[in-house]
Design a protein around this ligand. Structure first.
Ligand SMILES: [Zn+2]
Length: 450
């Protein structure tokens, strides 16, 4: 069957069903109830006589793994990995029902169409096409569909990786957040995410001396200390780390001779970045976070009553780290930024995951390039390093080459993607579904070890 009929007969109906299942992950343990969508995928696979297995840590939050055996035991294995939970959507803000899955003017509308039920539908249909005995791939292909990505993957990817690694390990993996079309000085390009920054969340506690709010003379106010700390940290600058990967990204994002020249001199990079920000704030934010440790104050908490001088205050920081940056390093950066305030602070790191990057010169990269040369002629691939995290990190951390990629059409630009993901009127065009399905159908056969 040709990809366009696969899209109309399989991908679209599956995508609509997944949107209508509305597996909304609020972050509460009993939200999501992804087992509904996991069962939808299981019945889809059954029609092609493909068996799948469920893995749970909670019955209402299943994960699915299916495998098609390759013909050559030496050939590398490939995983298609996606999540079926979505973030909430407020119907009042949308032009159409966020959980209707309507097909209007060549687009499927609904929460999750971009993040990432569209991709999951393409994964599943392309995977099912391998059940045809005439289309047996050289290496094993795995379909891994998980729950709970939107809250960090505790019941989904993390559970699978920690408890069932042997059943889900693979050499190469395709997952979300990539395939965004951008315009560069070298012509049209599409992004491929090769890595993610690490997470190092910190809680800073400050103590003061309680007293009556009517007599604040020389009081030791913990809320004031925390506010001073926030300003110091927000003003501190962390150094840029310009690796070849970040240079490639910068080369694709900057435009015009002036920006390119400025960006090459370490002292002038930020000048080029602020020019980029005026033209395209989204790209500037991507590039900034990719090139340095970022510290974003997220919560400031202090005081209990208006007429009491606060004796306790807390500051929570969302810190995203680069490869090689550790908790100890982050602590040193914070103490340095705090200056004199560092003497009375207690720092607790309450979440840590290291930065992770996959190589670029791999069989998966070259196979993707060969297929895209045909599907998206004149469009070159730009490697991206991301500030946010996906479930891909759990595999990358264990040595799998993981790329965030989809062969989307030019209609899914980086700008459109950023607006729609977790935003209003999320929708995906049929051409993207078609191109991506074709890419995924061909990939297992293009993938050769280098
Ligand atoms: Zn996602």
């Amino acid at each position: 069957m040709m990809p366009h009929s696969i899209v109309s007969e399989q991908v679209i109906p599956l995508l609509q069903a997944l949107i209508q299942n509305a597996c909304i992950n609020t972050g509460d343990d009993d939200s999501g109830e992804e087992t509904r969508s996991i069962e939808t995928i299981q019945s889809f696979l059954r029609e092609y006589n493909i068996d799948s297995r469920f893995y749970y840590s909670r019955p209402d939050r299943a994960n699915l793994v299916a495998r098609i055996r390759g013909t050559d035991p030496m050939a590398p294995s490939l995983g298609y990995m996606g999540h079926v939970d979505v973030v909430p959507a407020d119907a009042d803000d949308w032009s159409r029902d966020p959980f209707g899955g309507e097909l209007v003017d060549g687009e499927v509308w609904g929460r999750g169409s971009v993040d990432m039920l569209g991709m999951v539908s393409c994964f599943t249909s392309a995977f099912a096409s391998l059940a045809d005995p005439d289309r047996q791939p050289p290496g094993d292909v795995l379909l891994i569909i998980v729950s709970d990505e939107e809250a960090g993957g505790t019941f989904g990817a993390r559970h699978l990786v920690e408890h069932h690694w042997d059943e889900i390990k693979c050499d190469y993996m395709i997952t979300e957040v990539g395939g965004l079309q951008i315009v560069t000085d070298d012509g049209p390009a599409i992004t491929l995410t090769v890595g993610e920054k690490g997470v190092c969340w910190a809680r800073l506690r400050f103590r003061g001396i309680p007293g009556h709010g009517s007599m604040p003379y020389r009081s030791d106010n913990a809320a004031r200390t925390a506010s001073d700390a926030l300003v110091r940290i927000a003003n501190a600058s962390t150094p840029r780390v310009m690796t070849p990967l970040i240079r490639s990204m910068a080369h694709a994002f900057f435009q015009g001779p002036l920006e390119h020249v400025l960006s090459r001199f370490p002292g002038c990079f930020d000048l080029a970045l602020s020019r980029l920000y005026r033209r395209d704030p989204g790209k500037a934010r991507f590039l900034d976070t990719a090139s340095r440790m970022t510290i974003s104050p997220g919560v400031l908490r202090g005081g209990s009553k208006v007429n009491i001088v606060p004796d306790r205050a807390e500051l929570e920081l969302d810190i995203r780290i680069l490869p090689g940056q550790t908790v100890e390093h982050t602590q040193a950066v914070l103490l340095d930024a705090l200056g004199p305030l560092s003497e009375n602070v207690e720092i607790e790191f309450f979440e840590f995951f290291p930065a992770n990057i996959s190589e670029r010169d791999t069989a998966l990269w070259h196979a993707t390039e060969r297929i895209c040369d045909e599907l998206l002629p004149d469009t070159h691939i730009v490697p991206m390093y991301m500030g946010g995290v996906t479930d891909g990190r759990y595999w990358r951390q264990r040595g799998t080459t993981v790329y965030g990629f989809a062969a989307n059409s030019p209609l899914l630009s980086m700008d459109q993607f950023s607006r729609r993901i977790h935003g209003i009127d999320e929708r995906i065009d049929l051409r993207s579904l078609e191109l991506n399905t074709e890419y995924l159908m061909r990939l297992p056969f293009e993938l050769r070890s280098t």
